[in-house]
Design a protein around this ligand. Structure first.
Ligand SMILES: Nc1ncnc2c1ncn2[C@@H]1O[C@H](COP(=O)(O)OP(=O)(O)OP(=O)(O)O)[C@@H](O)[C@H]1O
Length: 380
C-alpha cells in the first residue's frame, strides 16, 4: 500500500554540512497495517512522515501509495487521500466540533447530510456522545476529547491512509491507554493503512503491526514488534528497546493464545480415580473444579489425589483458586496477577466469569524462549 524507496532528505543549513534527516529509507507497509516510526528525538521520524504528504519536499527517492508514484500527484490531490493527525491537534477554535469534523468533507463538496451522519457515527465509536459534543466548541472539551476529535476529523473524508504524528503524546498515561485502545478498535473496523510516529516503545509494541526504528535518518530495523524484541538487529536497537525486552514481549501474547490445550475441567462429584487417570493421560498437574454454571470453584492437584484409593470424589480435595485472568488480557497482565497471588498458574475466564482453561508460568516461559511470534499465534 505504501512503499518508500531510498527516500532521502538533506536539509541545507547555511555555512554548515547539510543535515541528513532521511538516508535511503526503504520499506513497504501493507494495506490495513499500522506501522510505527520509532526512535530518539531528531532521528527523522517526522521528516519521513511529512515527506509522504509533501509537507516536506524530499531530496530523492520514491514514494508510492497503492502503486501510484506520488511524484505524479499534486499535493492537494494527494492530501485528500491522506488523513493527518498531529500532537497539537489544531482544531479551529471558532468552529463547532461538527464544523471541525466536516471541514474536509465540506471542502471536497461531499454530501452534507452523509458527512454529518458519518461524524455522529465516528463520535460514537470513540465514546463521545454526539448529542452532547457536536455543538460544542473545542475549548469546551478536555485535551483527550479534543485529540479524539482530531482523529475523527482526519477520518471524516474516509481516506485510505492516515499519518499520525505523536497523536497521543500530550495525553496523560491513563487516558493515553484508553485512546490507544479506542483507536485500535476503530481501525480494526475501518482498516486504514496507518503510519504513526512515536518515541514510546510501549506504544509501538501495542499499536504496531510493524515497527520502523530510526537513528540519525537511517532505518535500523523494520519488522514486527515481536521480531524486534526477540531479535534486535544491532546494539542500538537492543539498547533502545530496553533490557526488559523479554517482559515486553509478554504484552504481545494474548491469554487466550496461551491456554493449555487440555481444559482439565472436572465436576465436584467426579471420582478421584477417573480424574487421576484423566490428569495422567494429559500430563496435567492441575484440574479445575467447575460448578453447574460454568464457574471455576476451586482446583485439585495430582499430588493431592494420587495416593487416595478410598473411592472418594473430587469435592473432598478442593483448594480455592488463586484468582482468575480474563481471556482478553495479555500475558503481561497474567504474570503480574500470578506474582500478586504467588501462584504459578491461573484459570482463564470469559466475560461471564465462565472457566475457559488455564495458563501456567512454565508455558509462558517456554513461549518466550521460542521463536518470535506473530499476533494470534497459539501454543501447540
Ligand atoms: N527545516 C529544517 N532545517 C534543518 N534541519 C532540520 C529541519 N527540520 C528538521 N531538521 C533536522 O532533521 C533531523 C530530523 O528531524 P525530525 O523532526 O524529523 O526528527 P524526529 O525524529 O521527528 O524528532 P522528535 O522526536 O524530536 O520530533 C533533526 O536533526 C532536525 O534538527
Amino acid at each position: 500500500m505504501i512503499r518508500l524507496e531510498n527516500l532521502t532528505k538533506h536539509f541545507e543549513v547555511p555555512g554548515k554540512e547539510p543535515v541528513i534527516a532521511a538516508n535511503n529509507v526503504s520499506m513497504h507497509v501493507g494495506k490495513g497495517e499500522i506501522c510505527i516510526f520509532l526512535g530518539p528525538s531528531g532521528c527523522g521520524k517526522t521528516t519521513a512522515l511529512k515527506m509522504i504528504n509533501k509537507l516536506i519536499p524530499k531530496t530523492s527517492g520514491k514514494i508510492y501509495i497503492d502503486g501510484q508514484d506520488t511524484d505524479e500527484l499534486d499535493p492537494i490531490t494527494l492530501r485528500r487521500e491522506i488523513g493527518y493527525v498531529i500532537q497539537q491537534i489544531g482544531l479551529f477554535p471558532n468552529m463547532t466540533i461538527e464544523g471541525n469534523i466536516c471541514v474536509v468533507p465540506d471542502l471536497l463538496k461531499m454530501d452534507r447530510k452523509a458527512s454529518r451522519q458519518k461524524a455522529r457515527e465516528l463520535m460514537e465509536m470513540v465514546n463521545l456522545d454526539p448529542n452532547i459534543f457536536l455543538k460544542r466548541y473545542p475549548r469546551e472539551l478536555s485535551g483527550g476529547q479534543q485529540q479524539r476529535i482530531g482523529v475523527i476529523r482526519a477520518l471524516a473524508a474516509d481516506p485510505p491512509v492516515m499519518l499520525m504524528d505523536e497523536p497521543f503524546g500530550a495525553i496523560d498515561p491513563i487516558n493515553r491507554e484508553v485512546i490507544q485502545d479506542e483507536f485500535l478498535k476503530l481501525n480494526a473496523e475501518l482498516g486504514k493503512t496507518v503510519l504513526f510516529v512515536s518515541h514510546d516503545i510501549d506504544e509501538a509494541i501495542k499499536m504496531g503491526d510493524k515497527v520502523a526504528i530510526f537513528r540519525e535518518g537511517v532505518l535500523e530495523q523494520f519488522d514486527t514488534p515481536d521480531e524486534i524484541l526477540a531479535n534486535p538487529a544491532n546494539q542500538f536497537v537492543k539498547d533502545f528497546v530496553g533490557t526488559d525486552r523479554a517482559l515486553k514481549r509478554l504484552k504481545l501474547i494474548g491469554v487466550a493464545d496461551a491456554i493449555m490445550p487440555f481444559h482439565m475441567a472436572v465436576d465436584p462429584e467426579d471420582s478421584l480415580e477417573t480424574v487421576a487417570e484423566k490428569m495422567r493421560s494429559h500430563g496435567a498437574h492441575i484440574a479445575v473444579v467447575v460448578g453447574p454454571r460454568g464457574r471455576a470453584r476451586g482446583y485439585i492437584t495430582k499430588e493431592e489425589i494420587q495416593g487416595d484409593s478410598s473411592g472418594g470424589v473430587v469435592d473432598e480435595y478442593i483448594d480455592p483458586i488463586p484468582g482468575t485472568i480474563h481471556e482478553g488480557d495479555n500475558l503481561h497482565d497474567a504474570v503480574s496477577q500470578m506474582y500478586s497471588h504467588a501462584s504459578d498458574w491461573l484459570p482463564v475466564v470469559d466475560d461471564d466469569g465462565c472457566y475457559k482453561g488455564y495458563i501456567t508460568q512454565h508455558t509462558i516461559a517456554s513461549l518466550l524462549g521460542g521463536v518470535p511470534r506473530k499476533r494470534g499465534d497459539k501454543i501447540s
